[in-house]
Design a protein around this ligand. Structure first.
Ligand code: BGC
Ligand code: CA
Length: 336
């Protein structure tokens, strides 16, 4: 009897560790990345989702939505028909959140949206089992802006034409993406808030966050009439900054440039002086928060149970926002 009891206790313990749902065994998670071509999502967030799932003893299936919301819609249908316990979704189109939320709601499966915040107002209130994990989009732009203003003020020679204004170009990233939109506004606003006039020479017309596309854009800018007028390159992520840096190297330009994300390669480029600064987008903690909430939701307990995460109290109550951190030549080694 004692042996049997011990065996049962051990089994219970194993199941508890594995994070079992109320109905059966191990928690299964249906997840996606909006495209495996994204430096940040594929290079930082995806590996952490995989290793942290292992650490938690849960099963995760991460599919590539290849930049197509239609593909993602089908992938979600498949996850639902397979009976996953929770959905962990990186929207392709942030305006399409309602479609995914409705699918989860109809199937009564909890849903964690991460990285791309829904842009349709009120949509998060249509389902009690949907939460968002990401950042405060504006914060990255504010931090990047402060960094650029401080450097501009410390380097009088950056004002190439001596008119007191910052002639800049901006690599925006995906239009309609809350991060791209908010960073664009805040980075520039930092200058005007500091009483420094700005002049936008050009803004990236493209539709992705890609290195190659940004490189082509920068190369084109460097061959236009205002090539010698560019005093600053503002890039809304590191991946695009890498392309721009390559284009500058090819054309023998060395213009101050700032990114966002703090990818490994960006830290190295700060070390060599190719990149002037970046902002840590803490993908590791975003991945961990995403899974913590997902596993709790799957187990039917409070999503914050046993975690240190807090729900955003300023905007709405269903988002966990991980903070950004300024990364410059002074502190980049701390992040390597
Ligand atoms: C990152 C970008 C990334 C995007 C994907 C942003 O938070 O800064 O690098 O491309 O998320 O949605
Ligand atoms: Ca100037």
């Amino acid at each position: 009897m004692k042996k049997v009891l011990t065996f049962v206790t051990v089994l219970l313990f194993v199941f508890a560790l594995a994070g079992c749902t109320s109905d059966d065994g191990v928690v299964t998670i249906g997840a996606n990345i909006y495209t495996f071509n994204d430096n940040f999502m594929n290079g930082v967030v995806r590996p952490e989702l995989e290793s942290y799932a292992q650490e938690l003893g849960v099963e995760i299936d991460i599919v590539d939505s290849e930049g197509s919301q239609a593909t993602l819609n089908n992938q979600v249908d498949t996850f639902i028909s397979k009976g996953v316990d929770v959905l962990v979704i990186n929207l392709v189109d942030p305006a399409a959140a309602g479609t995914i939320i409705d699918k989860a709601k109809d199937a009564d499966i909890p849903l964690i949206l991460f990285n791309k915040e829904a842009t349709v107002s009120g949509v998060m209130d249509t389902y009690d089992k949907v939460w968002y994990v990401g950042t405060d989009s504006a914060e990255a732009g504010i931090i990047q802006g402060e960094m650029m203003v401080a450097d501009w003020q410390a380097n009088a020679d950056w004002d190439l034409n001596g008119d007191g204004k910052v002639q800049y170009v901006l690599l925006k990233g995906e239009p309609g993406h809350p991060d791209a939109e908010a960073r664009t506004v805040e980075a520039v606003k930092a200058f005007t808030d500091a009483g420094i006039e700005v002049e936008e020479l050009a803004i990236q017309p493209s539709t992705t966050w890609s290195t190659t596309e940004a490189g082509d854009t920068m190369a084109a800018w460097l061959t236009t009439a205002y090539a010698d007028e560019i005093e600053l390159v503002i890039s809304n992520n590191d991946g695009m900054a890498f392309g721009a840096i390559q284009a500058m190297t090819n054309a023998s330009y060395d213009i101050p440039i700032y990114g966002v994300d703090a990818l490994e390669e960006a830290l190295a480029k700060i070390g060599t002086g190719d990149l002037n600064g970046t902002v840590l987008n803490d993908g590791v903690n975003q991945a961990r928060a995403t899974l913590d909430l997902a596993v709790n939701a799957a187990n039917g307990v409070d999503v914050l149970d046993g975690t240190d995460w807090v729900l955003d109290s300023e905007t709405e109550t269903k988002a966990v926002r991980v903070s950004y951190v300024a990364v410059t030549a002074d502190n980049y080694e701390d992040f390597q």
